[in-house]
Write a new protein. Structure first.
Length: 198
């Protein structure tokens, strides 16, 4: 359906996007916590499982968040063709890198910004496709999850974490549940376990 009622549908979509980003943010925070333990030498299966689960949840929620943002941008809540979405995600990362380089070159980047060399990288054309594939791979029960014909989560992390982190970090300022904690989401507020009258 298209945005037939304008503001009302857009307001509902914004609430859903905000909720999706909060889930993404929570998953990223969990991932950082478990990955830190793993990096510091904790090789327990529980830590690895928790780290894997948190990162796959982060990837899934970030993918869904951006998919929703593109729907909002196009003012069309219909499903976006997966090939178009692959391209949009790849182009979004290229745009973020370009904006970071421009800010550094023109002198208006914050003091804490990375060196420009960090942003002088090529985004592989298959980024969007691999993002979708790893999201599908970790979201669906499929024996090929650990197969040779699918990108595994660690391979995705090694190849693309910089790019998904840029997507995440760019959205963080506007959508963080920590900085906008007073914003009420109706469907979340309704999930309230009030005492039941007997």
């Amino acid at each position: 359906m298209k945005f037939e009622t304008g503001d009302d549908v857009d307001k509902k979509l914004v609430n859903v996007l905000f909720h999706e980003f909060i889930k993404c943010e929570n998953a990223f925070d969990q991932f950082v916590s478990y990955a830190d333990k793993n990096i510091m030498g904790d090789k327990e299966t529980f830590i690895k499982l928790s780290s894997y689960n948190a990162y796959s949840e982060f990837i899934t929620k970030l993918y869904e968040f951006y998919s929703g943002c593109f729907k909002r941008e196009f003012k069309n809540t219909k499903h976006i063709d997966y090939k178009k979405l692959d391209s949009l995600l790849t182009e979004e990362v290229k745009k973020i890198l370009r904006n970071k380089r421009n800010a550094i070159e023109k002198g208006y980047a914050p003091d804490w910004e990375n060196d420009i060399s960090y942003y002088q990288v090529e985004v592989p054309n298959e980024f969007g496709k691999d993002f979708r594939d790893v999201r599908n791979n970790t979201s669906h029960v499929d024996y090929r999850r650990a197969g040779e014909d699918r990108i595994e989560l660690m391979d995705f992390y090694k190849k693309y974490h910089k790019f998904v982190h840029l997507l995440y970090y760019t959205a963080l300022f506007a959508w963080s549940g920590k900085t906008h904690k007073d914003h009420k989401i109706e469907h979340v507020e309704n999930f309230d376990f009030l005492p039941i009258d007997n």
